[in-house]
Design a protein around this ligand. Structure first.
Ligand SMILES: C[S@@+](CC[C@H](N)C(=O)[O-])C[C@H]1O[C@@H](n2cnc3c(N)ncnc32)[C@H](O)[C@@H]1O
Length: 864
């Protein structure tokens, strides 16, 4: 790190970077050594340490802090290292004999207890080259280590996980008793670096120079000369330098491929038996060969497919499936799918064998038409069945009244008993012989009873005709196959996502950010908003009227003018609760001093159902999700803060269910807002509009009923819901003022002094007050002295008070500070245009002076 590094982006945000700044370390890497030393404790007992590649000196600072006083510390780097107390530094290349001589000159005949190496060539330009010279550098540092280390000494080095890694470890194992590779927490996960701690140096009398020769240690197995393997004596040596006959790439980059961006030819994807593997490991699919280019020209290779192949990292579930389907279609086209090919061949050969005359053609055509219509009828029947079962579900959840599907509960003419009113299976059976009713969906998607004769004929034909049955079976089989394929693709997509997640170290951060952001997003009205408004609203308007209507008319809904809509929302909530019992369990315990819930008749009837009995028992459920635990903690805190009483759950089923999750979510939101304030421009916009009376609460509530608030997700495919969750969000308007206000808030936060400065200021103030106190006491003493004149008294008191008031305010010396950068960098003598007293400072100086003072103070304390 000879060059000044640009400290932007992740570097600045990094926790260790900040810690290093705070604690006066020159580099965040200092924490790597601190953590390594914490694990292996090699510095405390060391009397002499050599740090190879030590600039800017973070490790040296750590060594000087943790090693006993009066120990010897030597640091070497290509670039010069600014002075550090107790440390001797040189600027030299560790691969040269000059460097070796310099160290020898400094140590004389001393031996080092620890040799450190954190060398890194200029990473970032050519990775292949970097990785190799890094390994080379490690070997060079090892060479110096074996020369200067004492028997039993420790060598700590940074190694990059590359193809040379295993060879290096093998060499270390030959020279040290214990070799361990570890990655300290401060080493970034995205970095390929790892630290190897080699302890208990064996100090052999003679070390084969090949152990320390990169040409031998990193020689590739394939390039191994046959004579090396020949004799049994040589055989050992061959193993020495090539511990693994076959290199595996589990741990590092593949041979010769150190790029993160990878592409694969389309043939790999199409012909591979593991297409998901291909998709998960590359960024792009290319069409380079003639055959692949031909595939591009096919109809099935649409523009969308080409785009998808161009950047696999942006694929959503739908794109992913499209790509896999394209692969299947292409394989079909190429005749690669053996099973399909066989079936097709069979059909083809049958067709060829047939003698086709005109009559035959007509009968074939008729057959085909019959088969088609039978298949259509079957499809419709299946669809009707699906609708039927869905309707039954809806009815069981009281989302749909029997009348919604055109049935009259009391109509005995249908031949149905009162008890069987929800048994549509039987209803349909009962209807079929007389009226031949089929359940169909009309244009609006509602269920209708269809008694069209033609359809019924088809229905019956479908039942009777054997040949048609065959076609139906085929059709069914095809659909089953499609369903299996879909399921398979869903599975593959999940696997693909997992792979991407593994590769993307930032995924978790992104996810947690997204969750945080979602917390403050406002998508509509929750019950909490409404309850709060019921209590707080001081406006006249629609909302109050609705409230009145609600209390007067028990049959009306809670806040919707449409009963069915209200029930729909309620039942969705209930279902969510049932699917997520632990959540309920946690929240049930949080019932607080809220007013008894105001339930509508519809809600009471709903909660009275059998399904909800025993919901309290859910309290005992374990295995709560992390997120919920977090929420729970938050809520607990906020409820104690608000002096809420945590009381056990009431046995009454209604009350239990009324403890809606929305309330707790709102509590969490509220607690968060109390803690952090409003953090999104949308929220600030709404808040400002409310404060400035640009919007009333009623308007706000009405705005909550938008197209996003009551979206039914029923029957939608999972991948669609995934995509929707990502992109289908209300776009709440934000104002310029809101953004300005947020920015100002952030600036104010940034401008706040850090804790240490604030503490120092407070200390100064306290000391000044103490001095003043002292001065006043002395002045009183002077005043009460009888043997001096009044004039003298006044003079002395004035002097004392002046001193007391000026305590802590030292007169600043008039010295001009010149920063040693730009034209002033490396300048010797007076800088141009600077008159009077001046001092040159640089970025390091302040910290070093402070550190020096700190140490002096500590030493003084110790000596007292
Ligand atoms: C990651 S930095 C070391 C940071 C140091 N451990 C600290 O805590 O401040 C790597 C250093 O290796 C040095 N380096 C690279 N090749 C070198 C060589 N051949 N000889 C000496 N130093 C070298 C670079 O100049 C760079 O300062």
């Amino acid at each position: 790190m000879g060059k000044a590094q640009k400290k932007t982006g992740k570097g600045r945000l990094d926790k260790y970077y900040k810690l290093a700044k705070e604690q006066g370390y020159r580099a965040r890497s200092a924490f790597k050594l601190i953590q390594l030393n914490k694990k292996y404790s090699f510095l405390e007992s060391a009397r002499c340490t050599i740090d190879l590649c030590a600039a800017p000196g973070g490790w040296l600072q750590v060594a000087s802090k943790y090693m006993p006083p009066n120990s010897v510390i030597v640091g070497v780097d290509l670039v010069s290292i600014k002075p550090i107390p107790r440390v001797v530094t040189f600027a030299a290349d560790i691969t040269t004999t000059h460097c070796r001589n310099l160290i020898r000159g400094e140590l004389k005949d001393w031996k080092a207890d620890v040799v450190l190496h954190d060398g890194a060539p200029n990473v970032g330009t050519a990775w292949i080259q970097d990785a190799y010279s890094q390994s080379e550098l490690v070997l060079m540092s090892l060479k110096l280590a074996v020369e200067f280390l004492i028997k039993g000494g420790t060598f700590v080095t940074k190694v990059f996980r590359s193809v040379d890694y295993n060879n290096l470890i093998w060499v270390f194992n030959q020279l040290f008793g214990k070799v361990e590779a570890t990655k300290p927490p401060s080493s970034r996960n995205v970095s390929a670096e790892i630290f190897v701690v080699c302890r208990d140096f064996l100090a052999p009398k003679h070390i084969d120079p090949k152990f320390l020769d990169p040409r031998h240690v990193f020689k590739d197995v394939s390039s191994l000369a046959p004579e090396d393997k020949g004799t049994s004596a040589n055989h050992v040596q061959a193993n020495v330098f090539h511990p693994e006959k076959k290199r595996r790439h589990r741990d590092g980059y593949a041979d010769g491929d150190y790029t993160l961006f990878k592409s694969a030819p389309a043939a790999n994807f199409v012909l591979s038996s593991d297409p998901i593997g291909v998709l998960g490991s590359v960024n792009k699919i290319t069409f380079t060969t003639d055959e692949e280019k031909e595939w591009l020209g096919l109809d099935i290779t649409t523009g969308e497919i080409r785009l998808n192949c161009d950047d696999l990292k942006v694929l959503g579930k739908g794109d992913f499936k499209t790509l896999l389907k394209w692969r299947l279609a292409l394989r079909d086209e190429l005749g690669l799918d053996l099973k399909t090919q066989n079936t097709e061949d069979l059909i083809e050969s049958v067709e060829v064998a047939e003698v086709i005359d005109e009559e035959q053609q007509i009968s074939d055509e008729l057959e085909r038409l019959n088969a088609e219509s039978a298949a259509r009828a079957k499809r419709e029947r299946r669809r009707a069945n699906e609708i039927k079962s869905r309707t039954i579900q809806r009815m069981q959840l009281q989302m749909t009244a029997p009348l919604d599907i055109g049935m009259n509960q009391e109509d005995s003419s249908l031949g149905l008993g009162q008890d069987d009113v929800f048994d549509l299976g039987r209803a349909e059976e009962g209807l079929r012989p007389t009226q031949q009713v089929a359940f169909m969906r009309d244009d609006d998607g509602d269920i209708i009873i269809d008694s069209d004769d033609q359809d019924n004929e088809a229905y019956e034909e479908g039942e009777e005709d054997d040949e048609d049955e065959n076609v139906l079976e085929l059709e069914e089989e095809r659909e089953k196959k499609m369903a299996t394929l879909e399921a398979e693709m869903d599975g593959l997509y999940d696997a693909y996502q997992d792979r991407l997640r593994e590769r993307d170290a930032k995924y978790k951060v992104k996810e947690s950010r997204r969750k945080n952001a979602e917390r403050e997003e406002w998508h509509g009205i929750g019950s909490r908003d409404i309850d709060q408004d019921l209590e707080e609203s001081d406006e006249e308007g629609g909302w109050e009227k609705m409230q009145q209507v609600k209390s007067n008319d028990e049959t009306s809904s809670v806040y919707s003018t449409d009963d069915s809509e209200e029930e729909d929302v309620q039942s969705k909530r209930k279902r969510r609760k049932l699917q997520d019992p632990p959540r309920i369990a946690k929240r049930q315990r949080l019932i607080s001093k809220l007013d008894p819930p105001k339930t509508s008749v519809a809600a009471r009837v709903w909660f009275a159902q059998d399904v909800f009995t025993g919901v309290n028992g859910l309290d005992d459920m374990e295995n709560l999700e992390d997120e919920d635990e977090e929420n729970f903690d938050d809520v607990e805190i906020s409820s104690t803060e608000n002096d809420f009483e945590l009381i056990p759950q009431d046995d009454d089923g209604d009350t239990a269910m009324w403890n809606v999750e929305d309330e707790n979510e709102d509590e969490i939101k509220l607690a968060r807002i109390n803690k952090l304030g409003l953090i999104t421009p949308e929220a600030v916009t709404i808040a400002q509009q409310l404060v400035n009376h640009q919007k009333t609460k009623t308007q706000l509530i009405n705005d909550g009923f938008n197209r996003y608030s009551l979206n039914s997700k029923e029957g939608l495919p999972a991948w669609f819901l995934d995509e929707e969750a990502k992109f289908y969000k209300p776009n709440l308007p934000i104002t310029k003022e809101a953004v300005i206000a947020l920015r100002a808030k952030q600036r104010a936060l940034d401008a706040r002094p850090i804790k240490k400065v604030a503490e120092a200021k407070a200390r100064k103030k306290f000391k000044a007050a103490q001095q003043l106190d002292k001065a006043m006491k002395k002045a009183e003493g002077v005043n009460s002295t009888a043997d001096i004149s009044e004039r003298e008294k006044a003079q002395q008191i004035e002097k004392l008070m002046r001193r007391g008031l000026s305590a802590g305010k030292k007169a600043k010396k008039d010295i001009k500070v010149v920063v040693a950068k730009g034209a002033h960098k490396g300048l010797k003598g007076r800088p141009k245009g600077v008159k009077g007293r001046y001092t040159m400072v640089d970025s390091r100086m302040k910290k070093e002076v402070r550190a020096k003072k700190r140490k002096e103070k500590a030493a003084r304390k110790r000596s007292h």
